[in-house]
Ligand binder design. Structure first.
Ligand code: S3P
Length: 184
């Protein structure tokens, strides 16, 4: 498994709705495959010295989106890192271009019900504050679906799978992709 350290000459960008498992899977890849991970939200919080919720409240969403784009440009210098993106990162075409320049984009999918169970007790997501229900999640997910799918090089359905299964599938699909035989 140590081989993953050397395995990819590009970055792996995990995209997907809030609560789709991006952070959990990047953590697993770090712990079990020895990959270095970058959490975009965390990096932005460190750079700004503020929590995401406060950035939204004080500066507004467009300011936060510009920070995401700026960070993706900085990540061009990295390789073989697993990058856990924010749920809205692939909504901007420029961001998708940045990710694809030096990386593969992996979409993690989960059902609205699964997402709800994972995020319902959290207050870290300004876009769900005051809308914490399955219908709202399903609706926002539907609005984003087209852009998520257009951005993705690979898609992984995570419902009913454990972290190990998801990571094995991810690494295997990336290797198949490199061998030129991967079909989403
Ligand atoms: C957002 C998702 C959040 C965070 C911000 C906006 C979104 O990240 O970037 O609250 O637009 O979906 P997670 O997907 O890690 O929760």
């Amino acid at each position: 498994m140590e081989q993953a350290k050397q395995m990819f000459s590009y970055n792996i960008f995990l995209i997907g709705f809030m609560g789709s498992g991006k952070s959990t899977i990047s953590k697993y890849l770090k712990e079990h495959y020895g990959m270095e991970k970058i959490e975009m939200d965390k990096r932005i919080e460190e750079q700004e010295g503020m929590r995401i919720a406060d950035i939204f409240r004080v500066h507004g969403e467009p300011y936060f989106r510009d920070l995401e784009t700026k960070l993706l440009m900085e990540l061009q210098q990295e390789k073989n890192k697993v990058v856990s993106c924010g749920g809205g990162t692939p909504m901007r075409e420029e961001n998708v271009r940045q990710m694809k320049t030096n990386g593969r984009v992996v979409l993690l999918l989960a059902s609205p019900q699964t997402i709800y169970e994972r995020v319902k007790d959290s207050h870290d997501r300004p876009l769900l504050e005051g809308h914490m229900d399955v219908a709202y999640i399903a609706d926002l997910m539907q609005q984003r679906r087209e852009k998520y799918e257009a951005a993705a090089d690979l898609v992984i359905h995570t419902d009913g799978k454990d972290q190990e299964e998801i990571c094995k599938e991810l690494v295997q699909k990336l290797l198949e992709w490199e061998a030129g035989s991967c079909i989403r």
